[in-house]
Design a protein around this ligand. Structure first.
Ligand code: DX5
Ligand code: ZN
Length: 217
């Protein structure tokens, strides 16, 4: 099981040093949430920052597009050699076409599944995608409470496609981790818990939290 850090809750004025800290602390990847204020009621990051982060980040990058028209940005985002480009199906027209375009760029194709979206409605996409991202919270903000009913989707997805990578995104912290790990996700996307550092020594705080998150169920 790997941990990716969602940068939404990091110190936005010092992203480069935050990413360096994450790498030292043992984080496997960074997760960039792009939000347009339409598909979700928040605005976060823009395309240019992906370019800047890709230049300095020695960690693999997943980009989570929470935007109304992902088709407009697939080409440019894939230019910055991200590892996974994750789209939503709730608003995307012609999801197969989007997925083909992502895969033709040679990058991992992910679909994110909102809490209210049932697995049956995305079953047909799973065959073609490399990563399924179960949203543990309603997309749009960090620091929300985990919706535990979403966790059962992890094994539901694996029963449909056993070799797919399944992640859980949002609401993961020391209080929810044992419930989450019971479902054996491959990737945890964690934001606010990692960055809410009570300690002076941020690196020590992050290392301790990663230990808590890696606990077996
Ligand atoms: C929410 C984002 C998540 C979020 C996770 O829309 O997709 O990646 O930043 O943040 P926490 O871990 O604080 O719930
Ligand atoms: Zn996300």
């Amino acid at each position: 099981m790997r941990i990716a850090a969602s940068l939404l809750s990091c110190d936005l004025l010092n992203i480069e040093s935050e990413i360096k800290l994450l790498k030292k602390a043992g984080i496997a990847a960074v997760h960039i949430d792009i939000m347009d204020g339409h598909f979700v009621p928040n605005i976060a990051f823009g395309i240019d920052i992906i370019k800047q982060i890709a230049k300095i980040s020695e960690l693999p990058i997943s980009v989570h597009l929470m935007i109304d028209n992902p088709e407009q940005f697939i080409d440019i985002v894939s230019y910055y050699n991200v590892d996974y480009l994750i789209i939503h199906t709730e608003n995307s027209r012609n999801v197969e076409n989007l997925m083909n375009r992502i895969k033709n760029k040679g990058i991992g194709c992910g679909i994110a599944i909102n809490p209210q979206t049932q697995i049956n409605s995305i079953r047909r996409y799973l065959e073609k995608c490399d990563l399924a991202l179960v949203m543990g919270v309603h997309p749009g903000f960090g620091g929300q409470t985990l919706i535990s009913s979403t966790l059962k989707k992890i094994q539901q997805i694996k029963s449909i496609k056993h070799d797919i990578i399944v992640g859980i995104d949002g609401g993961i912290n020391d209080k929810t981790i044992s419930l989450v790990n019971k479902e054996k996700p491959d990737i945890l996307i964690v934001g606010s818990y990692l960055f809410d550092s009570e300690k002076e020594n941020k690196l020590e705080s992050m290392k301790e939290k990663i230990k808590v998150l890696c606990q077996k169920e």
